[in-house]
Design a protein around this ligand. Structure first.
Ligand SMILES: Cc1cc2nc3c(=O)[nH]c(=O)nc-3n(C[C@H](O)[C@H](O)[C@H](O)COP(=O)(O)OP(=O)(O)OC[C@H]3O[C@@H](n4cnc5c(N)ncnc54)[C@H](O)[C@@H]3O)c2cc1C
Length: 385
């Protein structure tokens, strides 16, 4: 491991890998990425559902999606790695008037930004997703350029391309302390020795707050357990016909085809903040009545596989991308609140621009600024599931 580097990135999930890649594309290659696990992508990145959508309520998030989805569409040519991107659409199901109206307003904003999203009747939703039960639904929204991609492919693709350009990746290396002097970062200490640097990127996912504590900064990112279940293969006639992602917005129950089975999940409003990632089978009891109402065929098959991972949630469900207010050389790419995988291309690009030129020229970064939490008027994201 080197003893000095221009930039040290803490965390080898999709955010750390994307930042390393975009720095290397700007000619910044004296970069070391430190990951405490034996492989990259073993944190939240390796446990997510792979969902990618334009349909957010905040304009800033839609802009992150527009750039990121373009990147996913061209990933093989630009980054040189296959990411299995299926653009078969995202369907949000709505059963409350208030939410229908909010999604109508979202569509206006999304279309103004050039994203084609449609408002559908419940019966149209059923046509798009055969097997779906629509009782109680009053509408749905659909964007056919949304989809699912492979989080491991994206992370490894970014990391390999960065490595080929000269970035060093150190696995099995935990950052234990960050040294500061005169109001700026000067070094990191790790389980494999110290490294001098003037720029540290916190890309530690749900552990962002622990990294912040090393420099006396309270980063409001809180870990929450979320589950994913995958069924056994369904018999041919019951298999879903497409990879469309369906989200029952009010319950947060979601599903998509996964091989010959179905991947599904639902958040539990009673889940406390914690680093617990053991599977709670009791959650299935809460999901079963919702599944029985929306996708009865789900009950026809046993569960083949389940896992839990951590969302990294901020108070307004918006990410923090940018510098710490009173400490030179400490930057954050944290708190993506359950939709970080899909925003990793744009977020890494924006942070690389901040590091190399002070700020990006093409996007307003105020919605991602750390100091927004001290203001009373933060709007936030309303479609976290
Ligand atoms: C069940 C589930 C489903 C999800 N579904 C989706 C989805 O459909 N679409 C979507 O876009 N997002 C989804 N997400 C969210 C997404 O996975 C995260 O937003 C994203 O992976 C965050 O990436 P990251 O690189 O910031 O964090 P991580 O992938 O957690 O990476 C952080 C890394 O930092 C390392 N680290 C921590 N502390 C240290 C240290 N001291 N020293 C060295 N290394 C350290 C960790 O080991 C880890 O590898 C889901 C998440 C979960 C849990």
């Amino acid at each position: 491991m080197k003893k000095t580097a221009d930039v040290v990135i803490i965390g080898g999930g999709c955010m750390g890998a994307s930042t390393a890649y975009h720095l290397s594309r700007r000619g910044v290659t004296d970069v070391v990425l430190l990951e405490r696990e034996p492989m990259l992508g073993m944190g939240s990145t390796g446990r997510n559902a792979g969902g990618v959508r334009h349909q957010f309520s905040s304009e800033a998030n839609v802009k992150l999606s527009i750039e990121s989805i373009r990147s996913f569409e061209n990933f093989a040519e630009e980054v040189g790695y296959e990411i299995d991107f299926h653009q078969e659409g995202y369907l949000f199901l709505l059963s409350q008037e208030e939410n229908l109206n909010a999604f109508r307003r979202n569509i206006e904003m999304q279309r103004r930004l050039g994203v084609e999203v449609e408002m559908l009747a419940a019966t149209d939703a059923q046509r798009l997703a055969p097997g779906l039960e629509v009782e109680g639904l009053i509408g749905a929204t659909f964007c056919n350029r949304d989809g699912i991609a492979d989080p491991n492919g994206v992370t490894v693709g970014f990391a390999k391309a960065a490595q080929e350009a000269g970035v060093e990746i150190c696995r099995d290396t935990e950052v234990t302390a960050i040294k500061t002097d005169g109001g700026r970062v000067v070094a990191v200490e790790t389980t494999r020795g110290a490294m001098r640097t003037r720029t540290v990127v916190n890309a530690a996912g749900p552990h962002a707050r622990q990294i912040g504590k090393m420099v006396g900064l309270d980063i409001p990112v809180h870990p929450y357990r979320r589950h994913i279940f995958i069924t056994e293969p369904l018999e041919e006639s019951l298999r879903l016909k497409s990879h469309i992602m369906v989200i029952d917005f009010e319950t947060t129950f979601y599903f998509h085809r996964e091989g010959a089975g179905i991947l599904f999940g639902m958040s539990d409003p009673e889940e406390p903040t914690s680093f617990n990632t053991t599977v709670s089978w009791e959650l299935l009891e809460k999901i079963t009545p919702v599944a029985a109402r929306r996708l009865p065929r789900l009950l026809e098959s046993g569960i083949a596989h389940a896992w839990a991972g951590l969302y990294e949630i901020t108070p307004d469900a918006m990410p923090i991308i940018g510098p710490a207010p009173d400490l030179d050389g400490f930057l954050m790419i944290n708190g993506f609140s359950g939709h970080g995988f899909q925003h990793s291309p744009a977020a890494g690009r924006i942070l690389a621009d901040i590091i190399t030129q002070g700020r990006p020229v093409d996007i307003d970064i105020a919605p991602f600024a750390f100091d927004r939490f001290s203001r009373a008027d933060i709007a936030g994201e309303a479609t976290m599931v």
